[in-house]
Ligand binder design. Sequence first.
Ligand code: ADP
Ligand code: MG
Length: 743
Amino acid sequence: MSVVGAVVDESTKLSAVVGARSAGPLAKARDLHTVGDLLEFWPRRYLEHTSDLSNLHVGMYVVVVAEVKSATTRRMQKRRGEMLNVTITDGRDEVDLTFFKSWGHKDALVPGVTALFAGEVGMYRGRWQLTHPAYQVLEGGLGPHGADRGPIPVYLQVKGMQNWSVAECVRIVLDHLEGDSVPEPLPATLRSRHGLPGRLDALKGIHVPRDFAQVQRARHRLRYEEAFVFQSLLAQRRARQAEERTQARRPREGGLLAAFDARLPFELTAGQRAVGETLAHEMSRDVPMHRLLQGEVGSGKTVIALRAMLAAVDAGGQAALLAPTEVLAVQHHRSITAMLGDLAEGGMLGGSEIGTRVALLTGSQPTQARRQNLLDAASGDAGIVIGTHALIQEHVQFQDLALVVVDEQHRFGVEQRDALRGKGNQPPHVLVMTATPIPRTVTMTVFGDMETSTLTELPKGRSPIATHVVPADRPAWVQRTWERIAEEVRSGRQAYVVCPRIGDDGPPSAGSADDEELAAPEPGEGDEAAPREMASVYAVEALLRENPALEGLTIAVLHGRLAPEDKDAVMAAFTRGEVDVLVSTTVIEVGVDVPNATVMVVMDAERFGVSQLHQLRGRVGRGRHAGLCLLMTASEAETARERLDAVAGTTDGFELARLDLELRGTGDVLSARQSGGGRSSRGMGRGSFRFLSLVRDEDVILQARDDATALVAADPDLAEHPDLRAAVRSWVDEEQAAFLERG
Ligand code: ADP
Ligand code: MG
């Protein structure tokens, strides 16, 4: 059944090693075709042998290899059918097995058969008993490995095969491999420095461990390997970027930036000034800038970006500002033109001599306006071009693109950045601003090829946001919430009410509402016996209109299904203060800046992520007036309350981001790599971390980063490390494939 004599390596077809009968189901059910595929079919968990049947106690979970001593069937008195009683022995002690349906078991469990049994121990009439245990018959008795085998790997179910046979296939494959037929991406020096097993040993430790200590060592090695391969990729990118050349954009005396600074209505914070200097310095070099700016909500990132853009224009180039949503692009355009005043009227009657133009590109604008804006971008008349990512990436030609600013984006993968950088005659300088503070481990991976700046300080005079949890099942509290809104409005302020759904009464779909509506909870999740309808924008709007406390208030709705021009109109009216209460989805989550809004109520708050709530409440308390955020929830689940209390308890976004990462895992964090599961039924492709945790493995990541940086410095093309180079390559391929698939 196997290839004897031929060399087996990772590319060998499984059928040649384990035979067609096993290879068939492995290919069909799990897309496993080669030796390499099977080796990366990682066990999901392990079962441990309970070595024998002595020292049992009720409730204990045993896994034991034992022999069937006797088996009897009898008709049941109260029910139809036949019951099977089996007694098994490990040679010394005995346990009874009870099956209330004998069918399917009667023929397998006959005296003399040896099997692996697993189940919870009970006691019946003074004898130990397992009811309906899981079992696997061991053909050929205990086999060559005997009863003292190590932990038993448990694989994802392969249709048409027992776990036992899958494990046996992996064992056969491993038996055919020599150390040098498995690629070894880790250099020997690093392995010995950190005491890591070789890759083949690690694979054996994962699939056929002698004990758990070996599993741990193997996992540690694979964790480090993942971190190291990925950090090598990043180190190479950094090295290559350092070699890139572009046009230096040196600041100019008496230009737009100076004029803008002179009329700035507030003083920059120390942090804003420092970051500003860094950006000016990096843009004045002929190496393209790659900088990530992360800052607390409301820390004033926009003004930093604007100053950098003005510097780029002063230096004779253009700048593009990319927003994640149209609402945000429009808002940026509005507030930037307002801040610039006549500086944004370059070439127009009454405009400043040194002025430029600010072009806006959205999908909803009239063709005529759009054409003019595209022309202005192409001719260079517009020094600043603002739009959504997609629009700018796909449609715009620039005269001389000097700087790209990507706003409020924490899922902006390497590929998107590359696509943009292809826009200019030479690579532009790039500034990415993240929507959420992100933990260090994440910056070191997702943004590992960028330098990072952090703004922790909020501008002076900012009033703190108070956050409270409101139980939705207490009518008096809920009514008090609506009264608070009315009070704020009466003293001249405005309010947001955020809902997890749009609802059905709205207009038919015009825009896209993809990201804003939260999925209904999984059945069984949360605490409600019957899943309750989540609050929708339209239902809440109706509720508020009927509430006497809010009589006379102007209420409007905003969500992604509205036609783009309606979205603009609503947002503009809210900004002008003509709308008192804005009932919306999370379309307002990031970036929206209306300093006069002071209260936010979040309906069904437990449905939102911790960082998301932090982002949302960042919409209030942006002006002189104290902000108030009320998190309404009907959930009594402990974890939900814990999360909401955490949000209410701190305004430290980094703290909350860490908590978020712990609660949700890394799933949402990595950009393109998140399509995991789509590519193959193995669960995840190679291009994702299977062992490394961005939550727990900061040490490993730091170490791997240092090691990779040193290695790449000595051997930039990894010429002396072909296995590592191949591993890096396959990661990149996987990432690109995932990116293309998402479109
Ligand atoms: P974010 O970092 O969340 O994007 P913004 O850039 O939207 O924050 O800034 C929030 C608000 O703070 C804006 O209204 C902005 O004009 C104002 N702001 C920015 N910098 C300062 C400052 N140094 N002093 C006072 N207000 C400022
Ligand atoms: Mg912003």
